[in-house]
Design a protein around this ligand. Sequence first.
Ligand code: SF4
Length: 301
Amino acid sequence: MQYLTFNDAMRARFGTKVYRLSLQSGCTCPNRDGTIGTGGCTFCSEGGSGDFAAPLLPIDEQIAAARKRVDAKISPSIAPADRRYIAYFQSYTNTYGDSERLRSIYSDALAHPQIVALDLGTRPDCLPPEMIAMLREIRTKYGKPIWIELGLQTIHEKTADRIHRGYPLKVFEDAYRRLKSEGFEVIVHVILGLPGEAREDMLETVRYLSLLTPALDGIKLQLLHILKGTELAREYEADPFPLFTLDSYCDLVVDCLKLLPPQTVVHRLTGDGPKRLLIEPQWSAEKKRVLNTLSRRIREA
Ligand code: SF4
């Protein structure tokens, strides 16, 4: 079966492979700082989401350090000057905070000649009008796309409560509509395997996303990882819930991909949790085997 991979979409759009540089904006998360909650989403590992004990470096320095890490894996046949990157602010809630401070950080990233897009991970309840206006302005100024990644995880309110997501579906719907009407590209995160959800519940989430109008720009499918030190790990230890095998996960991913509109870019098929924190599923630590199995199953579908 066919689906639109991240690499194919980037090649078609930017004429070359594009690499994500993981950068930090210094934002916190309202689900951790007490505004909405203090414990965060039950699956979220504080250390795994970023560590702000370290001082926040200027963006140029962050870009240089991230490039060093990413460039080590790029074929020397691509000259350093020809490489293209996405400034990816993943950890915590990157539209939560002072919009002028963030304007300066994101402008510095967009001004870099080899950065082709800005990619911000955030929550749909952290997109006030002044933040959207600021992002619109810098998008126009630098003439580069801005992607907004929303951590929805599930459309089911019961699960959302259980994982302490901290907002109802209607907040996502409102943010999605506002972002799309302002011309932003939206990528939605979905976690497959959340406690209490059956396979059909997960497919319902993907089906709902595939029917959004205007159509969803991108999706990240993420296997639920149970990580040490999280509320979810405590919950699992006290009362284990069913987890995917590699086989059953591949079956579900294939069924999810079948639902998506052809123009939706699939940014991720599984995700990888930090190995040192991973409790379950242990098979997910064998990244190569997982990706090979997934590709084969998708090819055969
Ligand atoms: S998953 Fe995102 S929204 Fe939830 S606690 Fe972690 S950083 Fe905050």
